[in-house]
Every structure is written in C-alpha cells, then in structure tokens.
Design a protein around this ligand. Sequence first.
Ligand SMILES: C[S@@+](CC[C@H](N)C(=O)[O-])C[C@H]1O[C@@H](n2cnc3c(N)ncnc32)[C@H](O)[C@@H]1O
Length: 163
Amino acid sequence: MSEECEGDITSRVREIRRQYEGEFDPKEYHATYYHTLDEEVKFFLKCYHDAFNTESLLTGRSPRQRRLLEFGCGPVPVYAAAAAYYTASLTMCEILPKNREELQAWMEGGEEALDWTPFFTYLASLMPPRNGEEVAERLRDVFQLVLPCDLTQREPLSPIRQK
Ligand SMILES: C[S@@+](CC[C@H](N)C(=O)[O-])C[C@H]1O[C@@H](n2cnc3c(N)ncnc32)[C@H](O)[C@@H]1O
C-alpha cells in the first residue's frame, strides 16, 4: 500500500475514533440496535455459533488450549457469548471507558446493567438443552477482563501485554 493511501486510511480511522469519543452513548446504542432480537443480529449470532462449532480452522485445538480476544466489543456481550462454550478464556477490549464500564457492570451482574436476555435465549436455542441463563453464566465464567485498546496505535493493546 502506498504511504499516501496508508496516511489517508489512518486519518479516517482517527476521525472515526474522535466521533466515537464525542458521540457514542452505550445506552442509546443498546436502545437503538439491541432493544430486540432482530433478523440481522440473529444471522450474525448463528454465523458465529456455526463458525466456533464447525469451522475446522477454529476447532483444531483442544478447547482447554483456546483463548479468544474480541476487539472493539463496545458495551455488547452477545457475540462473546456465541463463543463462550468454545473457549477456556475470553478477553475483550474496547476504546471507550464508558463501554468498558457498561460491559463490566453486566459481567458483575449489576442491577443497572443493560439487558441482553433475548440474545442469550436465542443462542441457547442453538445449543439445546441449555437455557439463556446458562449461556450468560458460561460467558461470565470464561471472561477474564475488558482492556483498553486503540487500533490507530502501532500496538493497539499497548501498554498491556498478554502472556
Ligand atoms: C459499531 S461499534 C460495534 C460494537 C459491537 N462490537 C457491536 O457489534 O455491536 C464499533 C466499536 O469500535 C470502537 N472503536 C472506535 N474506534 C476505535 C479504535 N480506534 N480502536 C478500537 N476500537 C474503536 C467503538 O468504541 C465501538 O465500540
């Protein structure tokens, strides 16, 4: 890629980051895109579920050896939940402190936490006889932490290094 093109992309990504920092509200995001289980999210969840269960590139290692990182998770635990039975350990990362706080609040079962119940119920329907509460609990079990990240940096997870 030419330096000019690379510089162009970098400045666009930085502009997007500024917009997120200035305007993104996790509660509004939830109310707009996740107030109900729509066909689009259903499609994504089914694709993730199928990939984690049947894609040979992903299922090659033993589950105990698997670790997963979700990058740019926002305040949303539902895609990670699609992987909860696939991995022994799950780390998430997100640039905005308010999104990390929302996610952490849900992981800790806080009363004010956003409600994602319909998504866990749907995922559970793909893995009978599990129910939605079990899927949510499994996610909390494998979840390690939610880290700050910034993909505009040379080391997006810097200064934290994972072993
Ligand atoms: C469209 S949201 C997607 C959130 C969630 N993964 C979902 O699918 O609903 C994009 C996410 O990327 C994050 N983001 C924006 N700029 C970023 C950057 N430079 N580095 C890392 N994450 C960034 C935003 O804060 C936001 O949570």
